[in-house]
Structures are given as structure tokens and as C-alpha cells.
Design a protein around this ligand. Structure first.
Ligand code: ZN
Length: 503
């Protein structure tokens, strides 16, 4: 077989895998949005069958032979030097995914999937009843599966493998090198802010009509450039973004009557993910490269749109009068300045997903510290609830009264997603590193936000980040765009100047 035909064949099989994954994504999306409750069991069966088909297709021995023919090995994933750059990027990513699948024994994959399902159900029950002991044996099993998974992948230190799974190249040492100084800086900033008078937020707890909230969110999506011909927005319990194809990227959100910005900011956050996926260049369509570089880079886009743009004064100088006009009974007499202060209120609290821009990363630092100790053997799973309470006191100065608002609050660990949380904090850091470059290129950026001129912003990010999809690893991408590696300084600098003005 010639190299050319080997590459053609590999791309065919890759496209088949992408189509199968998108089909799985449709079933998942439907389950979270419109599936009648009576159909849950049938759907679980459909999902499980399709997952099996995808796994089998992803480890077919033919793939290994084709990769080898092209010179791609675990140690030299990009293959032969003579291949085109884009094909070498394709091989690097395909080999990474292929190794991840094939190094796990089939029995292990089946056992883990079954245990994850049981564990998630147990977590849900334990959380409802505020009973950690009910979840404990399942969580112990999840930690064990995660450890074994990383060992199968060949990592000496299991936690490194779990971090690398979501953020290529991230290790416990490199994560700690940014998260520890970040946490120290944030604690100092928050302490100073907590000594200042609090803004009035009372007008954000009155009832706001949900249909009007929806209409405002939709018009905001249109304004920032979300293409409704290539995507849609629906309602689900937990907001998410899913890619069903290069021209079909869907987001979900949810609205609360007495928390009128929650739905809007979730919408903008998910739109940030969607704009990334929709901006991948057409030449990568339908291949394993047509996705984000990493979880952290993905979060950089969503958190940037949500916080740096969506919670900025300039953005609301342009949008506040339209928002206030929709809710005159709630916002009569409220000034833009009062509104801006209220939506940027800093208040360390128990729940990560409700956290403000400053304390958010402290929730992540806590989870990182607990995870690393779980995998180094320094912390027993049974000691997690007390370690959580102590950690909340140390990082955020607040302590949950129960495990429901503590160690049981997040779903991630219940299905074995360890090493995932740090991506959220990394997203904040990458985002501000990118944003600093953008504002250097466009010093008039505040005028763009004020005028609702989002196309130049989207174009800048599209040309430097979105178009590449997975062609560049997160490390390569941040270096290419900023000339630097991961750095906390732009994020801290942004927070210091924003909040010095607010408080
Ligand atoms: Zn996100």
C-alpha cells in the first residue's frame, strides 16, 4: 500500500468515527432536552450500543497498521517528516486518541462504564439525601478506575495522566506552578474587597419574566455573531454545548425568574464554546481535528465571552437601556453604574457554579489539591468531606453545613472525571493572555463592545485560535498567539484593575 492510499484510507475511517460520534451526540443532546421521561431506559440502551460500536471502530487493528505505514508511532506520533504539515498534525492527534482507546483492555472499559453508571446514580441519591457514606464505595471505585486508566496509558504518576487527558501536556507539577500562586493572589484580592462596602444587589432578586429573559438572550446571541443557520439554543437542566457536525453546534441554557442574569451569562458562556467550534476552518471538517485544542482553551473562549466581555462596563453601556426597558418594574431608577456593580458583586460562597469571577478559581484550586492528594495516596476517599470543609475555610473562608453543599455538589467525580477541574481555571488564564494580545491589536476595543461591534473580535479570535481546531496543542497555541507559555499575570492584572475601579 502506498503512503498516499494509506492516508486516504485512514482519513475515511476517521470521518466515519467523526460521524458516529456526532450521531451519539445527537442522542445525548436529545436526552438532555426533549426526550420524554418514559423513554430514558430505551435511550440508555441505544447510547450503550452506539458507544460500543464507536469503541470497536476506534481500536480496529487496521488503524494501527495504517498509522505504522505512515510512520506514526506512540513515540513519533506525527509520522514521516515528508508528509504535509496538516497531515502530520492529523496523525499526531489521531495517534493520541487511538492510543488512549487501545491501551485500555476491553474488560476494563466495560467494567468502568458499568461502574460509572451506578456511581452517578449513587451520587445523585447521596446528594439528595446529604449522605456521603452512601456514595463512598462508588467514589473509591471511581478513584481506582481512574488510577488504573492512567497506568494503562503509561503514566508513572496517575494524576499526570488524568490532567493530560483534558489538557495535553499538563502535569501535577506544571498545574501547581500556576494554581498555587494564583490562589494566593486571589485570596489577597478578595480579602481587600471584603473589607469594602457591598454593592446593592436587591434589584436582581425580584421576579423577572422568563420569556423576556429568553428574548434578550436570543438577541444577544444574534448580536455577538452566533449563526442560527448553523446552530440553535434550547433549554436543559445544566447548560452545555454540543457539536453535531461542522454546521450544527447547539447550546443549551436555563433561566431563573429571581436571578435574571444567570440565564443570560450561561447563554453567553455556551456561545463562547459554540463560536469556537463554528470557527474551525472548513478544511478540517468531519475529521478528528475539527474540535477544540483542549478543555482549557475551550474554557478560555467561553469564560472570556461571559466575564471579560459580558460583565464589562463597556458591554453594558451598550446594552443596559434595552435590558432596563424590558423590565421597567424592576429596574426603574437603577443606574447603569449600580447595575454594573451588582453584576460584579464579589462574595465567596459555597457553590462553584454560582461563584463570582474572583472566587471561582479558588474553588478550582481546592479541587486540584484534593485530587492530587487522592492520587498520591495522601488522602483517603473517606476523609474527603472533612478535607473539603477545611479546604473551603482555607481558600474561601466559608464552610458548608452539609456535604450536599460541599463535597457532593459537583457531578464530575461521580463518573470518574478527575483532572478535569483545573481546565476551568486554566481557561481564565489563557483567556486573559489572549485578550491582552487582542487589546494591543485593538486599543479601541471598548468602543467595539459599546457599539455592539463583535465581528472584529470574533474575526481576531477566529484567525488566531478557532481556525486551528486541534491542529495545535494548548502549549503550542498559547505560544504562537502570545509568545509566552501559561502565565497568571494577565489574569491578575485584569482583575486588579477591574475590581480596583469597582471597589
Ligand atoms: Zn464551559
Amino acid at each position: 500500500m502506498t503512503k498516499e492510499s494509506a492516508l486516504t484510507r485512514l482519513k475515511q475511517l476517521d470521518a466515519r468515527l467523526a460521524n458516529l460520534s456526532h450521531s451519539l451526540a445527537i442522542l445525548n443532546w436529545d436526552q438532555e432536552t426533549y426526550l420524554p421521561s418514559g423513554a430514558v431506559e430505551e435511550r440508555a440502551e441505544q447510547l450503550s450500543i452506539l458507544r460500543g460500536v464507536i469503541h470497536d471502530s476506534a481500536v480496529e487493528p487496521e488503524l494501527g497498521r495504517l498509522l505504522e505505514r505512515l510512520g506514526s508511532t506512540t513515540d513519533n506520533p506525527s509520522g514521516d517528516e515528508g508528509l504535509a504539515a496538516i497531515d502530520r498534525d492529523f496523525l499526531r492527534v489521531f495517534r493520541r486518541d487511538f492510543d488512549r482507546e487501545r491501551l485500555l483492555p476491553p474488560d476494563f472499559v466495560a467494567d468502568a462504564a458499568k461502574a460509572e453508571g451506578l456511581s452517578q446514580a449513587a451520587w445523585s441519591k447521596a446528594r439528595n439525601n446529604d449522605d456521603f457514606s452512601f456514595f463512598l464505595p462508588h467514589l473509591e471505585r471511581m478513584v481506582d478506575f481512574a488510577r488504573r486508566r492512567a497506568l494503562y496509558w503509561g503514566f508513572e504518576r496517575p494524576y499526570d495522566g488524568l490532567l493530560d487527558q483534558h489538557e495535553e501536556g499538563l502535569t501535577e507539577v506544571s498545574a501547581e506552578a500556576v494554581l498555587t500562586p494564583l490562589a494566593e493572589k486571589l485570596k489577597t484580592l478578595i480579602k481587600a474587597i471584603m473589607a469594602k462596602p457591598k454593592p446593592d444587589t436587591s434589584f436582581l432578586t425580584r421576579p423577572y419574566d422568563i420569556d423576556k429573559q429568553k428574548a434578550f438572550s436570543r438577541s444577544t446571541l444574534e448580536l455577538i455573531g452566533f449563526d442560527f443557520n448553523r446552530g440553535r439554543i434550547d433549554i436543559s437542566a445544566h447548560p452545555f454545548t454540543t457539536t453535531l457536525g461542522s454546521d450544527d453546534v447547539r447550546i443549551t441554557t436555563r433561566f431563573f425568574a429571581n436571578n435574571p442574569l444567570s440565564g443570560l451569562f450561561s447563554t453567553i458562556h455556551e456561545a463562547g464554546h459554540a463560536l469556537y467550534e463554528l470557527g474551525i476552518e472548513p478544511v478540517l471538517r468531519g475529521s478528528c481535528l475539527a474540535s477544540g485544542s483542549s478543555m482549557g482553551i475551550h474554557e478560555s473562549q467561553s469564560r472570556l465571552w461571559e466575564n471579560v466581555i459580558g460583565r464589562s462596563r463597556a458591554f453594558w453601556r451598550g446594552r443596559f437601556s434595552a435590558f432596563a426597558a424590558l423590565f421597567p418594574e424592576n429596574l426603574d431608577g437603577v443606574t447603569l453604574d449600580q447595575f454594573y456593580r451588582a453584576i460584579n458583586n464579589v462574595e465567596p460562597s459555597l457553590i462553584r457554579v454560582d461563584a463570582d469571577e474572583l472566587s471561582y478559581s479558588l474553588h478550582i484550586a481546592l479541587r486540584f489539591n484534593l485530587e492530587r492528594r487522592l492520587f498520591s495516596g495522601d488522602l483517603a476517599v473517606s476523609d474527603l468531606p472533612s478535607a473539603w470543609r477545611k479546604g473551603m475555610r482555607d481558600y474561601l473562608g466559608v464552610e458548608p453545613e452539609n456535604d450536599r453543599d460541599g463535597v457532593l455538589q459537583d457531578i464530575h467525580w461521580s463518573f470518574g472525571a478527575f483532572g478535569y477541574f483545573p481546565s476551568y481555571a486554566l481557561g481564565n488564564l489563557y483567556g486573559l493572555q489572549f485578550w491582552r494580545e487582542f487589546t494591543k491589536a485593538r486599543p479601541d476595543y471598548e468602543t467595539l463592545l459599546l457599539d455592539g461591534e463583535f465581528k472584529p473580535i470574533l474575526d481576531w479570535f477566529g484567525a488566531r485560535i478557532h481556525r486551528y481546531g486541534r491542529r495545535l496543542s494548548p502549549g503550542a497555541l498559547i505560544n504562537q498567539v502570545t509568545g509566552k507559555s501559561l502565565d497568571i499575570e494577565p489574569f491578575i492584572d485584569y482583575l486588579e484593575s477591574k475590581y480596583a475601579e469597582l471597589y
